[in-house]
Design a protein around this ligand. Sequence first.
Ligand SMILES: [Zn+2]
Ligand SMILES: [Zn+2]
Length: 264
Amino acid sequence: MVRTRTPIPFESGASLPQRLLDLLFPPRCVHCGRMGESLCAVCRATIQPPRGPRCERCDRSLGAAPGPRCGLCLARASATGQVALARIIVATDYAGAARSAIRALKFRRQRRLAQPLGRLLTEALRRAEAPPDLVIPMPLHATRRRERGYNQAALLARPVARALGLPLVEDALARVRATLPQTQLHRADRRANVAGAFALTESVAARALAGKRILLVDDVTTTGATLEAAAEALLAARPAAIYALAVARPSLDAWPDSAEPPDR
Ligand SMILES: [Zn+2]
Ligand SMILES: [Zn+2]
């Protein structure tokens, strides 16, 4: 059940010490440099849902294809006979202010950006009408988690779970195998790279997920191969359905040759 709540102001999740620090050192917008907020209202307003006809399963632009599913979803279903992920919901394109905010969250330790980006995710989920029962962030491999000091997907999943009043299960999945960055690989190699990379953790009884509609949360998805690999690991818990929600998707045309991969 998706409940409606009174909107909370951006960055209201900031702690008291953080708010004091903000007074001493006012944040700057990571996209335009304006003083006051880490993502200003003007830049937030430019972040819009992807436009045009989209694939009913993965939210990718259909372009000139007839639909209702895109070529990648059709190819995956015919190659494997089944897909673990029922839906992939994407809040916006990986461009402009959204791209600046995601990169600052991941690579410049600007954790507070999880608040405005989390609101984007919540709004996208409400539009998509795919109501989950619980929320699971995509895990980082332990080495990467140590290097960064936090898992950006967990930071994003928290405001979503809070806004929807849903349980957040942060330790349900583990990334058991380090993988090459997906963005360095061509499309055909990406599935093989992430196959078997995830596992259900023992600390979470599979029972807790059985019969539930699970929402996986991540920052960026391109082909959806990483999300699908995580969903395949969750299938062992026999959930009712698995959805995925990501902040942004880069245009496939720009990948994997882009100079700036939104690497994990
Ligand atoms: Zn701005
Ligand atoms: Zn699709």
